[in-house]
Design a protein around this ligand. Structure first.
Ligand code: G3I
Ligand code: 9MR
Ligand code: ZN
Length: 541
């Protein structure tokens, strides 16, 4: 199948909200003007002058902008400059509903340990997988139930810190934008009472419980086979032994954080579950207290699956203290949080390794009246400053995104979406429209308005990624990849063979290849989808 070439006019391939800014980004300009055409009638509905050029440093290219914000009529359109056309897109009061639901539904497709039935999975159905007990590494006789949860990514590993980030984003999305979750997906548990997002997260949380060592409260770092299976192996054929890797402080702290968070969010839906979450969180916290200093996790010699290493566990402990404080109001956790806040580590990051931002958010969302005012004001001011830094960077960018050259690394789309989350929380706290507008610019990049004219979400947009590094998408007989997945995105470090062979010399945002072998640019993960769900949920009407 021949792939479509990148067009010189890029747009959000889904569309633009009726009353928001609408800009097309153009790399060639023969005429100085652009038209917006009605897709059905091919009539010009808007004509304007291109502005620019501006030189975009990161993509090393000259770009022009075509602003048609004043076009506020619902419909489907495309942009023309001379004879060049853009993808078609809609202008609509609520353009992102299907996209947001697709991004959330993607988690269902990653479920481990149950049949994915045709009724919910369509052609991407498959049998239950990874049902074996897991072996506790270093103690072959010690075997434990390990089933359930979401596969992490294109591989079938299940990793605690990765799961924690994904749960955190989804539960935050539900807390901040509950009305975005009123529609059913549906998934097997849909009951019209508990929102599907909570059912979906519970599937992961029920597995996460199994990662906690009942005796010490410590949490195993991950559950995987010794090595990655072949790329075309379907989940139910991946029958290697499963191992619980040793307990780590980062796993234990992020576990404590999301369990405390879940206890709060599920309280009004499932009392018993909520209590269980809190007990699990407290037990994990005990472990952290008993192990104030703990060496960072390293893969045991026989295990070569994802390491999810992390130099510091201070940010994870800070997050755990904040969530436990927010959920219980108990002074011990407040005290621990204040102590940890004195240490130096990033306090506004929302990654799987740097996750201090979640601690800061928990403290801020808990309200100034419950906080130490000086610390609260300091953190709130810091959040705004960070958002302003992102805005400044975006203004300097031809594609209006906040990624600098050094951000185009493995999973750059996570940074893109995390930045959009930072901007949306700044909007939530401060109410300045500028933050919201910039977050929307990040959405435009994700689904097409980027130097490659690619939508980084499978199944969405005119030119979506198709050849993701995702074992079921490779191994099944279905032509289309599983839909709703966010691809990792451009990675200037060329960390897989196919990137090395094909992308040398490209500018950072062009270091991407839609190829199944490119795990360093085109894999998918739960924690690249989760910030996308958060961000799109803001824009649901
Ligand atoms: O943060 C540094 C930065 O400071 C440095 O300047 C830059 C230059 O190399 O690299 C940055 O580090 C990168 C790091 O990701 C950032 O998070 C590393 O190069 C890069 O190798 C590392 O990639 C991680 C990758 O695993 C390899 O360990 C990805 O973040 C992480 O998302 C990915 O996760 C994998 C799991 O291991 C297995 N399952 C699939 C999943 C997705 O690919
Ligand atoms: O498929 C693996 C992917 O899920 C991981 O993110 C990636 C990095 O750890 O590794 C992939 O596995 C590759 C392995 O590292 C090297 N040989 C080729 C494997 C892909 O088929
Ligand atoms: Zn599985």
């Amino acid at each position: 199948m021949k792939e479509k070439a990148a067009r010189s006019i890029t747009v959000n391939q889904i569309g633009y909200p009726l009353h928001e800014k609408k800009i097309a980004i153009i790399t060639n300009n023969d005429s100085g003007v652009f038209q917006v055409m009605n897709e059905r009638t091919n009539e010009t509905v808007y004509q304007g002058a291109l502005t620019g050029p501006v030189f975009d440093k990161v993509s090393n290219s000259k770009v022009f902008h075509g602003d048609f914000s004043s076009l506020q009529t619902t419909g489907t359109y495309y942009v023309m400059v001379g004879n060049s056309k853009s993808a078609s897109f809609m202008i609509d009061s609520n353009p992102y509903e299907k996209l947001q639901q697709g991004l959330l539904k993607a988690f269902y497709y990653l479920r481990c340990g149950m049949d994915l039935e045709e009724e919910f999975a369509g052609p991407w159905k498959h049998k239950a997988c990874h049902l074996k007990e897991g072996i506790v590494y270093g103690d072959t006789k010690h075997r434990l139930d390990s089933s359930g949860g979401w596969h992490d990514a294109g591989d079938y590993g299940k990793y605690t810190v990765a799961g924690a980030k994904a749960i955190a984003d989804l539960l935050l999305a539900f807390e901040i934008y509950p009305t975005a979750f009123e529609k059913t997906l549906p998934i097997p548990e849909s009951d019209g009472r508990t929102p599907d997002v909570l059912h979906e997260c519970k599937y992961e949380l029920d597995w996460l419980f199994k990662m906690q060592d009942a005796e010490t409260g410590g949490v195993f770092h991950k559950l995987t086979t010794l090595t990655f299976p072949g790329l075309d192996v379907m989940p139910e054929q991946d029958n290697g032994d499963l191992y619980f890797s040793p307990i780590s402080a980062t796993a234990t702290a992020t576990y404590a954080a999301v369990m405390a968070m879940s206890s709060r969010v599920y309280r009004e839906y499932n009392q018993e579950f909520s209590i269980r979450c809190l007990e699990a969180a407290k037990l994990a916290w005990k472990w952290l207290e008993n192990n104030p200093e703990y060496p960072s996790f390293k893969n045991p010699p026989e295990i070569s699956t994802g390491e999810y290493g992390d130099q510091s566990d201070l940010d994870e402990r800070y997050w755990a203290a904040a969530e436990l404080f927010r959920t219980t109001g108990e002074r011990v956790y407040h005290h621990a949080f204040k102590e940890l806040a004195n240490a130096t580590f990033p306090k506004y990051e929302l990654g799987w390794a740097d996750d201090g931002g979640y601690g800061t958010l928990a403290y801020l969302l808990n309200g100034r009246e419950n906080a130490e005012p000086k610390l609260y004001d300091h953190l709130k001011q810091g959040w705004k400053q960070e958002a302003n830094r992102l805005i400044e960077r975006s203004k300097d960018d031809g594609y209006f995104v906040s990624l600098s050259e050094n951000d185009y690394i493995w999973g750059s789309n996570m940074l893109l979406l995390n930045h959009a989350m930072v901007l949306l929380f700044a909007f939530y706290f401060e109410g300045m429209k500028e933050f919201e507008t910039s977050a929307l610019d990040h959405v435009h990049y994700l689904v097409g308005r980027n130097i490659l004219d690619i939508s980084y979400v499978t199944g969405f947009g005119d030119k979506p990624v198709k050849h993701i590094h995702h074992r079921p998408s490779v191994g099944d007989d279905v032509m289309e990849p599983v839909p709703g997945f966010v691809s990792g995105g451009p990675n200037k470090n060329l960390q897989d063979d196919i990137s090395k062979q094909t992308l040398r010399g490209n500018s950072p945002p062009a270091c991407f290849i839609d190829h199944i072998d490119s795990y360093a640019t085109n894999e998918i993960t739960i924690y690249w989808n989760s910030p996308a769900v958060f961000v799109l949920s803001h824009f649901i009407k």
